[in-house]
Design a protein around this ligand. Structure first.
Ligand SMILES: Nc1ncnc2c1ncn2[C@@H]1O[C@H](COP(=O)(O)OP(=O)(O)OP(=O)(O)O)[C@@H](O)[C@H]1O
Ligand SMILES: [Mg+2]
Length: 219
């Protein structure tokens, strides 16, 4: 097997000394793999994604990404440029006044030219059915609209890996179908967290479950 894109080894994690969320947890994402991460509410799915990109640090264990052990903020800064995390809460992802500014923020930050960024913004908004939303005020959008804009901000970065935390939680059937098609057309490896079995079946090839602080392989 080739080297994993992301690997968590023997991770213990708890929030502020509370009871452990992850305990002796091993996890890996292989190149090209489309992995569903399931588990009940509070089992640690969001926590695992945040550990993978360094928004949280483990109490015990190590995190490897893109072939290197990652320890400090500089290491994880690079990981976050290469792995696009869709936050479970849309409001954690959006911080610019308008939709166009939010979607442009990442590509501009990567040093892309303004003209290219304009094209990227138009392309991802079109793909997600958000034409005409460029000048809309982000905080005044509906829950589902915000979810789509957050997806646009992640896709606009063209990350090497997608980490999607409940991407269809507020989406209607049409928007969900559009997202299924978009994801099917992308080459990237991805981890998809969702409670929507049908969506997972349509977008992922294998499944793991968080249970008792550990990741178990299902299929
Ligand atoms: N910032 C925090 N401080 C303290 N405890 C937290 C914090 N965030 C999460 N937790 C707790 O850690 C556990 C795991 O939370 P997490 O959000 O990772 O679960 P999840 O599997 O993503 O759940 P859901 O399906 O509801 O999104 C839960 O018991 C939760 O209450
Ligand atoms: Mg969660």
């Amino acid at each position: 097997m080739s080297e994993p894109l992301i690997r968590l080894r023997n991770i213990d994690f708890s929030y502020n000394g509370r009871q452990p969320v992850l305990a002796g947890c091993d996890f890996s994402l292989q190149p090209g793999q489309r992995l569903a991460l399931i588990g009940p509410n509070g089992s640690g799915k969001t926590t695992l994604l945040h550990l993978a990109v360094g928004l949280l640090r483990p109490n015990v264990g190590s995190i490897e990404a893109f072939g290197k052990v990652r320890r400090n903020e500089a290491d994880f800064h690079e990981v976050r440029r290469r792995a696009g995390l869709l936050f479970q809460e849309a409001d954690d992802q959006l911080f610019c006044p308008t939709v166009a500014e939010d979607v442009a923020f990442g590509p501009l930050n990567l040093g892309k030219h303004r003209d290219e960024v304009r094209r990227i913004v138009a392309r991802v908004l079109h793909a997600l059915g958000l034409e005409g939303y460029q000048q809309r005020i982000t905080y005044k959008l509906s829950g589902g609209e915000k979810r789509l804009v957050t997806l646009a901000t992640v896709l606009a970065m063209e990350p090497e890996v997608l980490l999607l935390d409940e991407p269809v939680s507020a989406l209607d059937d049409e928007a969900t179908g559009r997202l299924v098609e978009i994801l099917a057309g992308l080459p990237q490896a991805m981890i998809v967290v969702s409670h929507d079995r049908e969506f997972l079946q349509r977008t992922t090839g294998s499944t793991v479950r968080l249970h008792g602080g550990k990741v178990e392989r299902i299929c």
